[in-house]
Design a protein around this ligand. Sequence first.
Ligand code: SF4
Length: 1004
Amino acid sequence: MNILLKTLAQICRTHKIQEKLLLCNTLSTGHQLLESLSKENVPWLNLRPVTPLELATEQAKPILLTKNITIPTEGQLLFLLEEILQQMRANSQLQYFAELHNQNSLTRVLYPTIKELRLTGITASQLNESSFVDPCKGQEIITVLTLWEEKLSSLNWADAATIYNIALQTKTNSSPYYLIPEDLDLSPLELTFVKHLTAHKQIILPQDPVLNHAHSHTFTTPQPTPQSPLSWLFDPQNSPQTPELTILRAYGQTNEIRQVLRHLQQENIPLDNAVVCHSSTKYIPLILTITASQNIPVTFAEGIPLGFTRPGRFTLQLIRWIEERYTSLILHQLMTSGDMRLTSATTQARLLRQANIGWERSRYIPCTESLHQSILQKATAATNEGNEPYAQYLHQQAEHVSTLKQTLTQIFSHIPDATDGNVSFPELCRGISQTTSTYARISSPTDGLALAAIQDTLTEAAHAFSGTLPLREALRRLHQVLDTLHAAASPPKPGHLHITGLNQAVFTHRPVTFMVGLDANFPGSGLQDPVLLDQEREQIHPELSLLTHEPAKRQYRLARYLSSRRGQIILSYPSYDTVEGRHTSPAAILLQAHRLQINNPTADYSALQESLTTPAGFLAPSPDQFTTLEEWWLTTTLKNLSAHNINTVTACYPHIASGLEAHQHRAGTDFTPYDGRVDPDLDRDPRISQTLTLSATQFENLANCPFGYFLRYVLRIQPPEDAQYDPGTWLDPLTRGSLLHDIYCTYLRQTHNLDNPQPPNKQTLLSIAEELINQTKQTLPPPSDMVFEHEREELLRGLEVFWRVEESAQTKPAFFEVPFGFGQQEADEAGLGLSEPVTVTLSDGKEIRIRGRIDRIDYGTAENLYQVWDFKTGSTYGYEEQAVFKQGRQIQHALYAFAAEAILKQSGTDHNAKVEASGYLFPTDKGEGQRFARLQANRHQILELLSQGLDIVATGTFCATDDQNRCTFCDFKIVCRYPQASTQAKEKKEHPDLDAWRGLEDYE
Ligand code: SF4
């Protein structure tokens, strides 16, 4: 037993039945102390831990009740401060702290300062601007404190300082013994109260001393005789014996924790015989991750950050979803994260994506309903075509959409709508709490505790502020209470390894102590407080603590902790910073420990380093000392006999074997199945399979990169199309292009209507544009009015170029948006078009069927002659006067010339129709109104080119392009091994089986 426990044991024997109150900072630490006493077989009776605030509240109770004073929760006080700051901002009283307030962090920064000033007994009237380095700052702190005092009084609330002040006015007539640890951490007001209350019956509990270290204790008591060699940590030359401690180091913090677990395993130490004390809360998530992956039961004295629990992640992501205007991508991430409890979560998430919602709460239900409708229509079509299995599949999908809609409806019924930008704060708190309770996945007891903490916090927040707030402000307040929340704080439990910070460590007694994180960053630098500088603290009140003293205090706290330990002690530090990539030194206190260990007060750091074993790394010390399978594998493979024996690896991991084989083949010059070679399949060839149709884009993709074609059209891989919320952009290039096409076509159709032609009119063009822009706005809401206005004006300005192009046109437009191969309905709606695809006979007599939509057909330079134009809304990059086919990457003009002639003839519009030219029109700012016309006199070239390209498809030789310029806008970069794929393609291009691909190069 250490001195504290021994003294306590002695008191329990001496005052066996009298009431004894043990003063502690938290009840949990008090209970730990009593538990330790029980473990040492010390009986105790009528002894209970109590905090100073509990005592004060008990003492002040009669007055509190008589005056009907309420004790607010911590959350209510936080919101009170928030209101004070809002009020000050509204009254232009915030200047010095204005920036911090804008960053949403002022409440959290100021709250501890207000609390500290109050618990030091300082009132607003005692503060003076001249005590502050900046009078403006002083004035604002005085105003905050004044308003704090006024509001507490008007609300009839009592914060901790008020309770202590009331308690101090009461008479003390209690009789128990007050047992007070000599180093109990108390604020000045708390200390005054404790002294006042316990003056006649206090027993100060001494602790193991730290010799030769200046430190004044909160309470004085005769210094006991040291019993642990670690009491001489700062006086090693006088130590009567050397301590039994071990100093270790590790390659980074992760390995430091692994080292702890290895040690426990190696020495066969039960988890509940050990405690891990850390020097920084940074260790908490790290320990949590490592122990969770190994199913090691752990208790955390300080709890764990909310974001490391499933309900915590769920709640924070839910708030982010609301903050980012209900962007569907965030909800999709939530559904697939595993943190959301849903049946068929992946299917529902996929359907959510298909619903094409983008963002905006109001779009969810209509978009889901229209997805439901469209799936049912497809199912009916499948039934009509006799494809019953597909129809059944679609019906199942429709059911999933219904479930998705129910889920969304339920979520929206919980979360209040901020239609006018404002929201009822309590309703929002309750909504988020309900949604989290319904949908957050709970997969461990820690998750359960985290959910309870979230529910409590949100309930408290709802009570703290009952009004309406702008949505952004309400969400900011939620962040304030949730971001720093720790859940599942726990005392040590049987069967669990206990993790604690230094502040709470001293009352936990277990036979094995690990102290981690003792690198040169310990004991910290004593940085200035962000609100009150030390210089100001000295001026304001002599009892305000100075932050420059903090490192010395932490150093002392650790020394005292170590001196109070009995049993095995292992101190460690990370000797390498894996993030910064540099070596780190041990803390000065480790050098002291080493000096004590070797009984040499002059030993230096090099002596310490030499005495240490090799830093623990990712490998276990030997293959039989592993803590995880990965560790065993790494150790066995890299350290043991199997090193560099790749056969062992490939035998264990067939996927790695396949990967290595693929890598080997791709690195060679042969063209193999790993490079896009598949068995020839005539069914894939539109010249053979008459059910296949070809579009110009499809062929141009093939000519651009056969491997990309293979991914898209053979494997049918599609990149996900997610509308992502971007506060600065409304339309993506594709939607913008499509909107412009609609404007051009609608205007031209109206102006060049064969039955009732209208004269060209710029105002008509602009009106049509306005109408279509507003229609787009309905289906795709802009992120803000400002962004919408900006893009609207840009679109209208861009139409100037279109207007100029039309004014100077040499030909007369005739037909617009002419479809072929998309069914009768579309052809009818367009006024001209073919329901079936157009057949083109190639140079070898084989036929292909093509389909598409021609933007515009103009009358040509003579009767029966026509010109075909395609609108391009991007830049003219890649288009040249002379390069007509670009190795097959620009063939649309030629295919559409065939199609236009077929349409005009087959529809009876002109039996002698002939397309004289076909090309591309760029009627936008970017395209500067340029035209690229291709004369259609000589057609045998395109027919040969098509045959050549389709040979690639027929022979299954889908090699990647060797020209990286073609990859710029490719969707498949992340799946095709870009850029290696195209670099390796250079080596393979000369392969005899790639004749068809090489042949395309002849078509300029
Ligand atoms: S990134 Fe380049 S090589 Fe890869 S598929 Fe796309 S175009 Fe082909």
